[in-house]
Design a protein around this ligand. Structure first.
Ligand SMILES: Nc1ncnc2c1ncn2[C@@H]1O[C@H](COP(=O)(O)OP(=O)(O)O)[C@@H](O)[C@H]1O
Ligand SMILES: [Mg+2]
Length: 542
């Protein structure tokens, strides 16, 4: 053999990190994400203030919101953000939990790797552990039905416990439960509660207590003309996605008018055409019009004269909701308008909300439609309220759909840890070590809950383990008193889906990150340790 010639396969400037360096760089970045949201967990968690490059401020406690707002460059860190996003999509709550669980799994896996266990073995152990944990969770869960308002209410309250809207929790919980129950239906023997059918409308001003649940659709538009009626019973609704004005020509056109008489004629002709438009609407029997495009002043005048309520420039999504709720067909050509296309509603009304006027369409015959109108003093309050309501709607709908719930406050996590340690004993080989480590990682939830409450995490964990060993399956940490209490009796409840999804996505993300032993980053890409990808050092050591 001759002399070895180095073969270059990567473009110049490509950065590459292999083996231990790659793994620890990725783990450090991922853990930094977990540490970033750690302090927000639980009712005594803190909020974060995020300022974007435009100077806009968001104040929140919501894991996924924080991670979505922050500009993250590192590829492994981005995978952690995906954990939060998946949790948000699948459950809608528990985003912080899922992320800190993934971070803890990685931290403990790294220690195992340092003591010589291969990542593949760790991943196998993690997979076995997570499968077992999901089974245990199913067994721990308790049934809940859609008719159990009181329990669903507690579930909603738990999800909002950590949000700053806590003051008006009871009222918001009622709204959330009623809203989900209104859209819940049995389909092929299964409960479905699609919260996409619940419209959440924010309107700054007033007090949080002025928030309300509306059985119907809210359109954030007012009547286009002062003289229009503000209240229409037995509404016949036309939905238009064509304009009620004369189209400006696409190409530039010039009309030459030589004498005032011609001018008069031209204007009269135009007015005649516009009047005809209003006449067509009136002839169709509509007494309410929602138009996606504009409505000319003259048309407005004639509509008002015919006592027709009209709103213009409505959002497409609102038009679609109205179509579903009222049974109207969207009309794209005014000439095609007919009686059959009309939707129905018991009442269409313009109401003054704060400084604005909005249109409320209630008593609809079509698909179930409910809306939640959120009020609050400032934009920040209204925004965080919206996030709170979103969490509450999500957990209630998850519980209604699956019919199962677990207890919170770290109780389920400790029970899982206990059961997983038992399970580890039955697993042979080195995988056993990984199962053991997985069990330890589960305890991160009560640990952080205690930490954020200013309690001593070690003492809390010892107490909790003792209680669970003695068979108290629901023993968790009361973050206000520091005492070990029965979370079922305290009504700290979560849908079982929350824990399951958190375990699944945390395990998946940790495994994916652990499997990487080579990072090849092109010139412009982020790189562990590189300038762009640099993450703050992980803190929050125990
Ligand atoms: N009253 C309570 N006492 C103790 N723990 C609670 C209480 N209410 C909620 N929790 C716990 O707080 C955690 C949720 O905190 P949260 O900040 O909403 O994070 P996440 O983004 O994971 O939902 C859960 O572990 C839940 O069990
Ligand atoms: Mg939550």
């Amino acid at each position: 053999m001759g002399q070895q010639v180095p073969v270059l396969i990567l473009r110049e400037g490509t950065k590459r990190e292999k083996g231990k360096g790659a793994a620890s760089g990725n783990i450090a970045a991922a853990r930094a994400i977990a540490d970033a949201v750690r302090s927000t967990l639980g009712p005594r968690g803190m909020d974060k203030m995020l300022v974007d490059s435009m100077g806009d401020v968001v104040i929140t406690n919501d894991g996924v919101t924080i991670l979505k707002e922050v500009d993250i460059e590192h590829p492994a860190a981005k995978m952690m953000v995906e954990v939060a996003k998946t949790q948000d999509q699948e459950v809608g709550d528990g985003t912080t939990t899922a992320v800190i669980l993934a971070g803890e799994l990685l931290k403990r896996a790294e220690a195992l790797m340092d003591s010589g266990v291969h990542p593949t073995i760790i991943n196998q152990g993690f997979r076995m552990a997570s499968e077992h944990a999901l089974k245990v969770l199913d067994g721990l869960g308790e049934p809940v039905s859609v008719d159990d308002r009181a329990t669903l209410r507690k579930l909603a309250m738990t999800s909002m416990a950590s949000k700053s809207a806590s003051g008006s929790k009871e009222m918001l919980a009622d709204i959330a439960v009623d809203a989900v129950r209104a859209v819940a239906e049995r389909r092929d023997g299964k409960m479905v509660a699609d919260i996409d059918n619940i419209q959440v409308v924010k309107k700054q001003g007033g007090a949080v207590e002025d928030s309300e649940l509306i059985e119907g659709v809210i359109v954030d538009k007012e009547a286009v003309h002062q003289a229009m009626p503000k209240r229409i019973e037995k509404a016949a609704i036309a939905l238009l996605d064509c304009a009620l004005e004369i189209k400006k020509t696409e190409v530039e056109a010039k009309i030459e008018i030589r004498d005032p008489g011609q001018m008069q004629l031209f204007l009269a002709e135009e007015e005649k055409n516009l009047k005809k438009m209003a006449e067509k609407v009136r002839a169709s029997g509509a007494n309410v019009v929602f138009c996606q495009k504009g409505i000319d002043d003259i048309v407005q005048y004639y509509l008002a004269k015919s006592k027709i309520y009209a709103a213009r420039r409505c959002k497409k999504s609102d038009i679609e909701k109205l179509a579903k709720a009222t049974g109207a067909k969207v009309i794209s050509k005014l000439d095609d308008i007919s009686k059959e296309d009309m939707g129905k509603a018991g009442l269409v009304e313009e109401r003054k909300i704060g400084d604005d006027r909005m249109t409320f369409v209630t008593d609809c015959p079509g698909a179930k439609a409910v809306s939640i109108l959120i009020r609050g003093g400032t934009e920040h309050v209204v925004d965080e309220m919206e996030r709170s309501i979103h969490d509450a709607l999500s957990v209630v709908s998850a519980a209604v759909e699956d019919g199962r719930l677990c207890t919170g406050g770290g109780s389920t996590a400790i029970e899982l840890a206990l059961k997983l340690r038992d399970f580890a004993g039955t697993v042979g080989g080195r995988e056993q070590m990984a199962v053991q480590v997985f069990a330890d990682a589960m305890e991160i939830v009560p640990r952080v809950l205690a930490e954020n409450a200013g309690l001593d995490p070690i003492n809390v964990l010892i107490e909790l383990r003792k209680a669970h060993m003695a068979g108290q399956k629901h023993a968790g940490i009361n973050v206000f008193t520091g005492k070990t209490v029965d979370m079922k009796a305290e009504f700290v409840l979560e849908p079982t889906r929350l824990g399951k999804q958190a375990i699944e996505s945390a395990t998946e993300a940790a495994s994916m990150i652990l499997r990487i032993d080579d990072v090849i980053a092109s010139k412009s890409g982020g790189m562990p340790g590189g300038k762009k990808g640099k993450m703050p050092p992980p803190g929050g050591e125990d």
